[in-house]
Each structure stands twice: as C-alpha cells, then as structure tokens.
Design a protein around this ligand. Structure first.
Ligand code: KG4
Ligand code: ZN
Length: 338
C-alpha cells in the first residue's frame, strides 16, 4: 500500500512515497533556505509563493524516484497544521485537487504527529512511549499510546528550542537556520566556558527558553563585539555553552517524564533532534537510566513528507479520511492535555 505524503508547513516543500507505512521509496525536500537567509529568518509571504512554484515538480519527482504511478497510490496524506497559514494552504489545496481529480482518499495529518511518526520507518517501537518533539516552532512532550492517540505532558511557555538556536545564531551574526551552524561551532567549543541558566518551570513539565536567549544577549553586551566576531574560539565557547544549557534542559525533562509516566521508552524527534550533542548525551543518559532511546536519522528529524505519509498510512488503515472541506489551521494542538 503506497501513501503519498505532502508537507508545506514551513519553509520546505516536501513530498514522499512510503510503502506499507515503513519503506520510504522517495523523500524529496526542496529547501527555501537560500530565499530566506538574507532576511535572517522565514518571510511567510515568500515561503508560500515558493511553495506554489515547487509543489508540483516536487510531487512529480517523488513519484518518479519511487517508480510508483499515481494510480497505485492508496491515499494522499497532507499536513493541515500547525504552521504558516499561507504555506499550509498550498499543500492542502494541491492535495485536495489531486484527491478529487484522481479519486484518491485524502488524509489530514498534524505536523507534530508527523514528527512522532518519523520514528517508525527505522524502529519497531512499542507503544506507549514518551516523545519529545523539538523543532523551530515547538518543544512539546507527549505520552504516545498509538499513532493518533497522544496526551500532552508539557510544552514551551515561550520560545521553542529551535527558535532559541535561530535567535542566538542571529545575535552572533551567523546566519539562518541557526541550529546546524551553532551545532557545528559547539563541537569545537568549551561547554563549561560560560554558565548559562537552565530554566525549570516548577509546576508541571513545561519548558522555557526565552530566559536563556536573553542571558546570551546580556553576555554579549559584556564582551566587546569585536571580541566575538574576530575571536573564533569565543564564539565556539558561546555556542557550546548555550547548547549545553539547551540539551541539559531537554534531556532532564524527558527523563523526568519517563519516570512520572513509568514508561521506559523515550523518543526525540523534530529538527533539533538532529543535534549532535543532544543525540550523544541522550544516549549516555538513557543508558545510565536503563531507558530505551529512539531518535530518527537526521534527515528524518528535519521537516520531510515521509513522516506525513507514515502517519497517513495509520489513519488510512483505520478509515480516518478527510473530505474536500479540509482546511489549513495555523494553530493546531495535538492530542489531549493532561
Ligand atoms: O522540524 P523542523 O525542520 O521544522 C519545524 O517544524 O520547525 O525544525 C527546524 C529547527 C530550526 O530551528 C533549526 O535551527 C533546528 O531545527 N535544527 C537544529 C539542528 N538542525 C536543525 N538545531 C540544533 N542542532 C541541529 N543540528
Ligand atoms: Zn517540523
């Protein structure tokens, strides 16, 4: 059974064909980084225009690479939220048109659930598990009982972790997106050089990263800007110390959530899950706590449509279709709140 996945929630135009919810036959991602980087962040109007130009060629390529004909597609799974509304609308409109014209069932997928489903091509993970979705727009913890059954355990109260990466990189004049750039620099820096705060929200399992971002900004005011633009070792130390603070908070919350829910399977997904230090430290902590850790390969952590097709397969099997009234929704929470 082949599912066509489509995701245009942010700044990547993505289409993928996945067989039986597991085997990725094609996974095409057209990045808009070159369009947005000169503005230091995503410009929503430019993003939606670029999606319009790219979406049909990207779907064509996904079909061509997979060797699957449109007539052999069982369902079209599309992200209908959360995300940038103009961007989401492009994917949803194309998916509806294709569904109508070719007579293929349509399935709506929440982008966050797509990130959770990104675990399934590489792992036979048993339910339930605790999933951390950590991306440019979200830092959310879920008790996951099944694909389609989630209980929210915690969310960020301000910036997402990826957003903090992007903003700190911008302060340092390093470009966009900040995560991979800071990750690279941090590998050569000293994580103990600067003591940045680890914010702990005391009631519940929420996160907060805006204080850390402000702490980096305040630190930069104490050093001469010449110093960190010229002194590469200082920039590496700032990157490593910032990263250490982010990673510490993410891992300690995830382990706390596993203790609280008494679930020994933990997962990290979303763009920030591609982070080298987060992956390494999570492995160390999981081993010392006796937990089973699941993190997708980096190309499945960042936005892609294979994860949408995988989630779509599980909806399709349960006959959970959408009709042509499907709409894009910018703010679309996932699951119930505990
Ligand atoms: O999941 P994603 O591709 O898109 C959203 O749904 O937001 O995540 C993008 C975020 C960006 O903030 C980017 O800076 C961050 O993931 N990111 C990373 C790394 N690769 C991407 N953050 C830290 N380290 C990385 N290696
Ligand atoms: Zn994402």
């Amino acid at each position: 059974m082949n599912i066509l996945g489509i995701d245009t929630s942010c700044d990547e135009t993505a289409a993928s064909i996945v067989k039986d919810g597991k085997v990725i036959l094609s996974n095409i991602v057209s990045s808009q980084v070159d369009i947005h980087k000169k503005y230091g962040g995503i410009v929503p109007e430019l993003a939606s225009r670029s999606h319009i130009e790219s979406i049909i060629p990207v779907i064509d390529e996904a079909l061509m690479v997979s060797g699957v004909m449109l007539k052999d597609i069982s369902a079209i799974a599309v992200t209908n939220g959360p995300g940038l509304i103009g961007s989401l609308l492009v994917g949803v409109s194309v998916a509806k048109a294709l569904s109508y014209a070719a007579g293929i069932p349509l399935v709506a997928i929440n982008h966050l659930e797509g990130h959770i489903a990104s675990l399934l091509p590489e792992y036979d993970i048993e339910f339930p598990f605790v999933a951390l979705v950590v991306s440019g727009g979200h830092t959310n913890l879920y008790y996951t009982s099944d694909i389609g059954d989630y209980r929210e355990l915690g969310v960020t109260r301000d910036d997402a972790a990826g957003e903090a990466y992007d903003k700190v990189a911008k302060m340092l004049g390093l470009g966009y997106p900040g995560g991979p750039i800071l990750d690279r620099l941090a590998q050569e820096g000293n994580p103990d050089a600067i003591s940045f705060p680890r914010a702990t929200v005391l009631d519940g399992m929420d996160f907060s990263f805006s204080g850390l971002k402000t702490a980096v900004m305040n630190y930069l005011k104490t050093v001469n800007s010449e110093q960190w633009t010229v002194n590469k070792s200082l920039i590496k130390d700032i990157a490593a110390s910032f990263q250490e603070a982010v990673v510490d908070v993410l891992i300690s919350r995830l382990i706390e959530a596993s203790r609280l829910t008494q679930v020994e399977r933990i997962a990290i997904t979303g763009g920030v899950a591609a982070n080298t230090t987060l992956r390494k430290k999570a492995e160390e902590y999981a081993a010392s706590e006796g937990l089973m850790l699941y993190i997708p390969s980096p190309h499945l952590c960042t936005d892609n449509a294979a994860m949408i097709a995988v989630a779509g397969y599980h909806y399709f099997k349960k006959n959970l279709y959408s009709d042509l009234t499907l709409n894009a929704i910018a703010y679309l929470p996932l699951g119930s709140v505990s």
